[in-house]
Write a protein of this length. Sequence first.
Length: 288
Amino acid sequence: MARVACSPLNWTDPLYEHVLDGVAGAGYAGVEAHRQALADFAGQPGRLRGLLEERSLTLTAVPFAATYFEREEWKDEAERLRRLADFLAEVTPEGIIVFRTVPHPARRDMQAGVPPLLPLDSNRMGYLAETLNRYGDVCLSFGLRAAVANRVGSFLETPDEMNAVLERTEPELVHLAPDVGHWVYAGGAPSTLIRTLRDRLLYPRLKDFDRAVFERICAEHLGFPSFVRAGGFKELGAGDLDLAAELMPLENADWGGWVCAELEMSETHTPRESATISREFLRERLHW
């Protein structure tokens, strides 16, 4: 049975302790550390570990954003990754480092529904994959696992881009931490993630999707920030995706890993209310 974690992305409270209280109160077993939490607890892994233990929470994952394909950045990126891996290993023995490419300078505000601009050429994609393998090996040396994530507005946004990097990376070094909502926004189907890419799947990130909002944003020639502000991403069960059916292969396979409920923002619910709605959906529909 899957273990369920919650992303703190929807919380605006500057105190991570308050985020932990909300996540635990909503019934989750795990939580991620965002960049603010990593900055706040830098050099204090024991303190963070104690706060998690007090609330019976596991730290599941931390983000690592980098370019990956620029040679002049590799030395600094690798050193930053080692510091992050050392910190995470001190907090939890089962942590996941989620690799994300930095924002693409031309993509974030581009019109919804339009193919993204300036994809990486084969050489740069090769460099990116080579670096992901190398960085995945660094994570493994600390007893951690690495997974690559898709994100709208980044250099790894579309299904084709994600498939290209998966084809070029080693399965034991680079797993998949897909964001279902961002995948659908970029033209993908959840069934591809869950069924076709099942062997690479490590840390699915779940949110629901409002197609009516997406169609309106497309018709008005607006971009991703407008979609998010308009409530295009929803709590699980509150949108148009048939997530219970899409996720059923994980249930049938006795999935024993983590899944993460994530929502960028909600116009109608507090962060804890949103987290509770998604948690109840997974409990009632998939018995997680």
